[in-house]
Design a protein around this ligand. Structure first.
Ligand code: NIG
Ligand code: FE
Length: 420
């Protein structure tokens, strides 16, 4: 007997499609009030009006979840996180508050290297346990898919340990989110290769890529001045592509280096951060259909200018939003904060923000055919809000509007039932 569920009395709000929505199409959402969603074995079978529900002929064979008129959205997709890491870096945050910069801390051997030291000394089991704590916070905020990177090992055994931790999380029987895995061995130059960037690139290509290529879907790189500059990045991205991996870049985060242009040249699925993207970078990304994944909590935490989201949308880019949860530049996995910052400081409309956190987030992970919208055939990854109107999302500033999170048709989080 199949497992059947009905989400009843829903106000469905969703983007539509199996690929990223670009430019002004991001603001087109489909809305259906007094609606139902019929789910069978974790897949959306159909949606319709409550007045037509009898035509399904279910005769009490489906579990009934009453949304009581509240908004039902596709589950949120946090398409850029560094979910697995050893240690924490609260001291660096306090140094930055006193005027230190992110890059100067990194150049002194702190920053990413500090988390690398801690991660090398943490067991896989402890990494998994810590990540589970963050996943529990994420599902409370409506996240049903999370992208997670390695990149705090920077040697083959520790990178593999991180990827194994992610595989354990992903294959756990009580898994509450889908996890998309990214290899980020090119996150920094490890201290043992200081001043020998090209040799570290050789190690990534000859030793790491063969070991990780079947354990991660994406290859990501921190393309940045004094980290992996354009030539090294191009060489690594080409090798990763040849190894069959899909590409992502941390691009134009701290300075304008041409990372967005490189992402377009290499056919990357997404380029992320983009605080300092050039006009040419916007044009090229729109042309090549590279998703622009913007991470407003990072700009906020680093006191940097926000990425020019409006310019990108007007220029025809597909914009996704994500949190960048990590122990350094952005120790926050807050979806509510991401929504409010995007609306208040990046001048995105709430409709664009919803598309950016759902369908376009899925496209940034190359899974828009599976999830990211409420449509027949897609995974039943859904969020029921506490409110009947999407305008509450940015208006309830930095606060959680999620009442219920549904992952593959199962309730994985619910706060005190739904108030009448
Ligand atoms: O997305 N900039 C590079 N990587 C991360 C930060 C990692 C860290 O500081 O630990 C980012 O901002
Ligand atoms: Fe990042």
């Amino acid at each position: 007997m199949s497992n059947r569920k009905i989400i009843a009395n829903a106000t469905i709000v969703t983007p539509l499609g199996n690929s990223a929505r670009k430019g002004h199409d991001m603001s087109e959402l489909y809305t259906l009030e007094n609606a139902f969603i019929f789910i069978e074995d974790g897949i959306i079978k159909c949606t319709g009006r409550m007045t037509d529900i009898d035509f399904l002929g279910l005769n009490g064979t489906a579990e009934w979840i009453d949304a009581k008129g509240r908004v039902v959205l596709p589950g949120f997709i946090d398409s850029h996180t560094h979910l697995v890491f050893g240690g924490f870096r609260p001291d660096e945050f306090s140094w930055r508050l006193k005027g230190d910069s992110y890059m100067s801390i990194m150049e002194r051997g702190g920053g990413i290297q500090s988390t690398v030291n801690a991660t090398r000394n943490t067991s896989k089991e402890n990494l998994v346990e810590k990540a589970e704590w963050f996943i529990d916070r994420m599902i409370e905020m409506g996240v049903t898919t999370v992208e997670a990177k390695s990149g705090y090992g920077l040697d083959t055994p520790t990178e593999l340990k991180m990827l194994e931790a992610l595989s354990d999380l992903s294959n756990s029987p009580d898994r509450k989110v889908d996890i998309v895995v990214t290899f980020l061995g090119a996150h920094a130059i490890p201290k043992e290769f200081s001043g020998r960037t090209s040799e570290y690139c050789d190690v990534i290509i000859s030793e790491m890529l063969p070991a990780v290529k079947d354990k991660a879907k994406f290859f990501d790189i921190f393309t940045e001045k004094n980290v992996f500059e354009i030539e090294d990045s191009r060489r690594l991205l080409k090798a990763a592509k040849e190894a069959g991996m899909k590409l992502k870049l941390h691009a134009d985060e701290i300075v304008q280096l041409g990372g967005a242009e490189l992402a377009a040249e290499m056919g990357a699925v997404s380029a992320d951060h983009l605080l300092h993207i050039s006009d040419e970078g916007i044009r090229r990304m729109a042309e090549e259909g590279v998703v622009a994944t913007l991470l407003p909590p990072t700009a906020f935490a680093l006191k940097e200018p926000y990425a020019p989201a409006r310019k990108m949308i007007e220029g025809g880019c597909a914009v996704a939003l994500a949190t960048d949860l990590n122990p350094g530049s952005c120790f926050s996995g807050s979806i509510p904060l991401t929504i409010s910052l995007a609306c208040i400081y990046m001048n995105m409309t709430i409709e664009e923000v919803i598309t950016a956190l759902t369908l376009n987030g899925a496209a940034a992970l190359d899974i828009a055919d599976l999830t990211g919208s409420i449509e027949a055939g897609k995974q039943a990854d859904l969020v029921i809000l506490d409110f009947p109107n999407i305008n509450f999302l940015p208006y309830y500033v930095g606060m959680n509007c999620v009442n219920t999170t549904i992952h593959h048709g199962n309730i994985v989080y619910q706060r005190n039932g739904i108030k009448g």
